[in-house]
Design a protein around this ligand. Structure first.
Ligand SMILES: C[S@@+](CC[C@H](N)C(=O)[O-])C[C@H]1O[C@@H](n2cnc3c(N)ncnc32)[C@H](O)[C@@H]1O
Length: 298
């Protein structure tokens, strides 16, 4: 097993446990699990309108379909779709003539998402099992790629950025909410719970933008930022994803240490919303696909 596979396996186990045990900071309400830590950005109306299994099991750090200009009839792919909150919000926006495809590697999450899709009666959504580094999606078939607090967990981010560029149609767009970090001590990155909590594997905003541009995407910009304070960062590590760190810290009464560290990191970790698009236009693409037919007919 490669080291990338080992990281994915560990992350998958953490999220399976999180969704199975119902761990999280917020209890059995229609409140996303990360909300205390990551202020997810959904409106009360959006949350109230969703099946509770999707809303309660949300682990996002933004609301990527808000302000994304999703249109009726579009094809949307959600990388790391989890229990399905953004799938259902996107499904409503694309309507019956559109399609939404979620990709996730964790069986327990896929099961939750399928349950939520059935409960919502959404006939235009499906979930495929797979890695975001190797999307089970055809080339140039997607109008909009969304993702919510997932790419930071990937051990191979350049591969994910290249996959986004591959599946987008010419002129297709991307809107991704994710955690970015400016400075993080190397030893903190090594703690599995810190990685699983979306912090340890996060990169800087500058590296994120450069990675998307290197993959060939255009008009890359950061359209929104939410910086976390010390309390929110403490929650991020200790409340959201179960793990040995939380158990050890709590049993040894070391929460004060985590809080002190969180104070030092204040202002250096935030959630950012990135937008980008693939060059070209739909018209150019249909010209390209029509050309060979014209030649063979001649
Ligand atoms: C922090 S949760 C976010 C879930 C969802 N986007 C939300 O907002 O609630 C991360 C999700 O991404 C999935 N995931 C993480 N790394 C992945 C990878 N390399 N390939 C596929 N899925 C992955 C996990 O299984 C989990 O469901």
């Amino acid at each position: 097993m490669s080291s990338d596979d080992r990281i994915r396996e560990r992350v998958s186990k953490a999220y399976a446990e999180a969704v199975e045990t119902g761990s999280g900071c917020c209890g059995p309400s229609k409140t996303p699990k990360g909300v205390a830590a990551k202020t997810a950005g959904y409106t009360e109306e959006e949350l109230a309108s969703l099946p509770s299994e999707a809303a309660v099991n949300s682990f996002g750090c933004g609301n990527p379909t808000a302000f994304a200009g999703v249109k009726q009839g579009e094809v949307v792919v959600d990388l790391g779709s989890g229990a399905g909150i953004d799938l259902l919000l996107a499904a409503r926006r694309v309507g019956a003539s559109g399609r939404v495809i979620g990709i996730d590697m964790t069986d327990e999450m896929i099961e939750r998402a399928r349950g939520a899709i059935a409960a919502a009666g959404a006939g235009n959504v499906e979930v495929r099992k797979g890695f975001i580094e190797k999307l089970p999606v055809e080339d140039a078939t997607v109008d909009l790629v969304i993702s919510n607090c997932v790419i930071n967990l990937s051990p191979d981010k350049p591969r994910v950025f290249a996959e986004i560029a591959r599946v987008l149609k010419p002129g297709g767009r991307m809107t991704v909410s994710d955690i970015v970090v400016e400075e993080l001590p190397w030893w903190l990155r090594r703690i599995p719970s810190v990685y699983n909590s979306c912090v340890g594997g996060a990169i800087s905003e500058g590296r994120y933008v450069a990675g998307l541009e290197r993959a060939g995407l255009e008009a890359v910009e950061v359209v929104d930022r939410l910086a976390y304070d010390a309390n929110q960062m403490t929650d991020l590590v200790l409340s959201e994803v179960p793990g040995r760190l939380k158990t050890v810290v709590k049993s040894l009464g070391l929460t004060w240490l985590v809080r002190a560290l969180a104070r030092r990191l204040e202002g250096k970790i935030w959630s950012a919303r990135f937008m980008a698009r693939r060059s070209g236009s739909k018209a150019e693409e249909s010209e390209k696909t029509e050309a060979p037919t014209a030649v063979s007919a001649a």
